[in-house]
Design a protein around this ligand. Structure first.
Ligand code: UDP
Length: 454
């Protein structure tokens, strides 16, 4: 039998491309050949972030692309427009790509399996049509998938209407072992206007229906992290944490990694640095940005702060306040985050709580200061602060701002809390046991590989 040739299809966003790339490396280590399909737009970003440092020929993961259907100047942060365009054009392009690969080299290189992001689950229809084994991977928490799988019930219970808009205000719980969810913080309700919210809600609801075309739902989580969500959705197979493999260079970053932060970390005392990063989407209001800068300064501790060029929503740069010296800190545009969080100088992670960042932090035993911005990040924060108890949140002042004094207070409170630090270390060991030789996630992944290879 020839090599298993697996097509991996991420949703076009950084927090989806990264975990699917790490999964691809895992597949390669298990003897598969992987073809990784980005949108053309993101493919170009990835290549440019690598600065020509990689040859695509002969690498273990072949990077290819198909168009997302939008024009070159269109705004890809308009999620509703992006989704509508993708569903219109990508399925036929993907089918053509697969047919083309299958016809190369006399058919000896046929695609035998497909792992697609749950938010690209329409691709399972193509997998079925072409008789390819299909699976989905969940790049967010399994609680999110459980939520989406329960949309019909939430409508029936009168919590939301059939377009996803809240009927009752307040919180609800999908199961007693899961965090409370706020009906106004649904993954679709954070978008700017009602029409976008409706489009995204229906896309997510449809995506879960497509996801049911397969029985294989693998997830970057573990049984200890999400017992409630996993028992509510027994179909989910936890294979996490899906760690970046040190053997492979990341081929998924949209921004160039600044490795100078690692040598800077080498020069800091152990367990001293506040790592501050808000993922790939978060946009800061200028006042809040200023308070954050002054708050970090006020802690009088070393900090490593990721400020993306586009973190104020435009190309004009954020203005640092005049009083801000930043002498104790290092500011970079993008880090190799998993390597940063593994570094012994890191004391805590001030994070927006995206699921990948959450997994990066908990699997390295780093305690959190939680600053969620939108969508699933509020549920991730609830896991961190209320369920796993490995972090603290912030209180806003009367103007809705997290003040510099609140930041200083919470940094001191967290770093003085031996129980939180102890729990974080214990949690790391517990989670990492899952990917030890006989760990549960390893067994689950082997089961998945067995099915893929059959
Ligand atoms: N990340 C990184 N460098 C940074 C900031 C983030 O490599 O400076 C990576 C991080 O490891 C994760 C992804 O970017 O894989 C962000 O995903 P997450 O789910 O945390 O947040 P999102 O960007 O989707 O809001």
């Amino acid at each position: 039998m020839g090599l298993n040739h697996v097509l991996v299809l991420p949703f076009p966003a950084q927090g989806h491309v990264n975990p699917l790339m790490h999964l691809s490396h895992k597949l390669v280590q298990h003897g598969c050949k992987v073809i990784f399909v980005n949108t053309e737009f993101n493919h170009k970003r990835v290549l440019s972030a690598m600065n020509g440092k990689v040859t695509l020929d002969g690498s273990e993961v072949e990077l290819v692309s198909i168009a997302d259907g939008l024009g070159p100047e269109d705004d890809r942060s308009d999620m509703a427009a992006l989704i509508s365009s993708m569903v219109r054009t990508m399925p036929s392009d993907l089918e053509m790509l697969i047919r083309d690969i299958n016809s190369r080299d006399g058919g000896s290189n046929r695609i035998t399996g497909m792992v697609c992001d749950t938010y690209m689950a329409w691709a399972l229809e193509i997998a079925q049509k072409l008789a390819i084994k299909g699976a989905i991977i969940i790049p967010s928490s399994s609680a999110m998938l459980a939520l989406e799988d329960n949309i019909p019930k939430l409508i029936e219970d009168g919590i939301m209407d059939s377009d996803g808009f809240p009927i009752k205000k307040g919180k609800f719980q999908l199961s007693p072992k899961m965090p409370n969810m706020n009906i106004t913080d649904m993954p679709w309700s954070c978008f700017s206007d009602a029409s976008s919210q409706k489009t995204i809600f229906h896309y997510l609801a449809r995506s879960i229906q497509w996801s049911h075309l397969t029985d294989w739902w693998i997830s970057n989580t573990t049984i200890e992290l999400e017992p409630g969500a996993l028992s509510l959705c027994p179909k989910i197979l936890p294979i996490g944490p899906i760690k970046e493999s040190p053997k492979f260079r990341s081929l998924g970053q949209f921004w160039q990694e600044d490795h100078s932060c690692l040598s800077w970390l080498d020069q800091q005392p152990p367990c001293s640095v506040i790592y501050v990063a808000f993922g790939s989407f978060t946009i800061f209001d200028p006042n809040q940005f200023k308070e954050l800068a002054l708050g970090l300064e006020l802690t009088n501790r070393p900090f490593l702060w990721v400020v993306r060029d586009d973190s104020n929503g435009s190309v004009t740069k954020h203005k640092y306040p005049n009083e801000f010296q930043g002498t104790k800190g290092k500011i970079v545009k993008w880090t190799p985050q998993p390597m940063v969080l593994k570094h012994p100088s890191i004391a805590c992670f001030l994070s927006h709580c995206g699921w990948n960042s959450t997994m990066d932090g908990v699997s390295n035993g780093v305690p959190f200061l939680c600053w969620p911005y939108f969508a699933d990040q509020f549920v991730d924060k609830a896991y961190i602060c209320d369920f796993w108890k490995v972090g603290l949140g912030f209180e806003e002042d009367e103007k809705g701002i997290i003040s510099r004094w609140e930041i200083k207070k919470k940094v001191e409170q967290l770093l003085g809390d031996e129980e939180i630090k102890g729990r974080s270390k214990k949690m790391k060991d517990m989670i990492m046991n899952n990917i030890a030789k006989d760990g549960k996630s390893t067994q689950n992944f082997n089961k998945f590989m067995k099915w893929l290879n059959e």
